[in-house]
Design a protein around this ligand. Structure first.
Ligand code: FPP
Length: 238
């Protein structure tokens, strides 16, 4: 079943608004179709043997959007899980959440908590939703945790492993492949620590048009890359 040698794929799902505008629709209709793509790509990635799929659903900066749009995006978890939780279970997918959860409206937060609880024993792909997530916020949060630990008597000997363990992604491996849809070539405060050695693939396709085949194309591009993690090729002479 596994046909990709990559563990962790992260996606910046961008372009819902432009997809809707191009069709004379309202922005929320782009988000609605985007939810169907979340389902398709999660099931597909899991079937391909991806172990972790992290999706940027709502950033710490997205609160700046009009309140109507924020409210609609916060209703997406209900739409998603009421339609697809059964399929996630059938595919042994485990749901987790990354980000600062306190600010997420109670209804949306409880829907996530319920999905996390119902899927917690699943052993297949981890589907991580980054909601109210910002990498700078995550790093600051980790620093504050560490400062607290030292204040409470822990030895001051931080290293990368220890720091990793204080991030929202603490039980996850580094990102192998980061995909951003919609033609924008930015990272937008997503997983800054975890993408230090990731391969980046940018596609012009807007998220609501991002099919399984598009996902496979990104995987093919990844496979064609040569990862050296700062080292040299084995047979490199200089
Ligand atoms: C970016 O497109 C998209 C978002 C901010 C929301 C993404 C969320 C989903 C696709 C669904 C999440 C699903 C769950 C279950 C929470 P944009 O609005 O910035 O598009 P634009 O750049 O074209 O305006």
């Amino acid at each position: 079943m596994t046909d990709v040698a990559l563990k962790h794929v992260a996606i910046i799902m961008d372009g819902n608004g432009r997809w809707a505008n191009a069709r004379g629709k309202l922005r929320y209709e782009g988000h609605y179709v985007g939810v169907q793509r979340v389902r398709d790509i999660a099931i597909h990635a899991s079937a391909k043997g991806v172990k972790y799929l992290t999706l940027y659903a709502f950033s710490t900066e997205n609160w700046k959007r009009p309140q109507d749009e924020v409210d609609y995006i916060m209703s997406l978890p209900k739409i998603f899980f009421s339609s697809y939780l059964k399929e996630l279970m059938e595919n042994d997918i485990k749901v987790v959440m990354l980000g600062e959860t306190e600010r997420i409206p109670k209804v949306a937060r409880e829907i996530f908590i319920d999905a996390i609880d119902k899927t917690k024993e699943n052993k297949g792909m981890v589907l991580a939703f980054a909601v109210n997530y910002g990498a700078r916020d995550e790093i600051m949060h980790a620093c504050k945790c560490y400062a607290e630990m030292v204040k409470n008597g822990a030895e001051n000997d931080i290293d990368e492993d220890l720091f990793n363990g204080l991030l929202y992604t603490k039980n996850m491996p580094d990102v192998d492949l980061l995909i951003r849809t919609s033609g924008e070539k930015r990272i937008s405060n997503f997983l800054l620590w975890q993408i230090a050695y990731s391969e980046l693939v940018f596609t012009d396709t807007l998220w609501p048009d991002f099919t399984k085949e598009e996902f496979d194309k990104c995987i093919e591009e990844y496979k064609g890359r040569h990862r050296r993690f700062g080292g040299l090729d084995e047979n490199s002479s200089n």
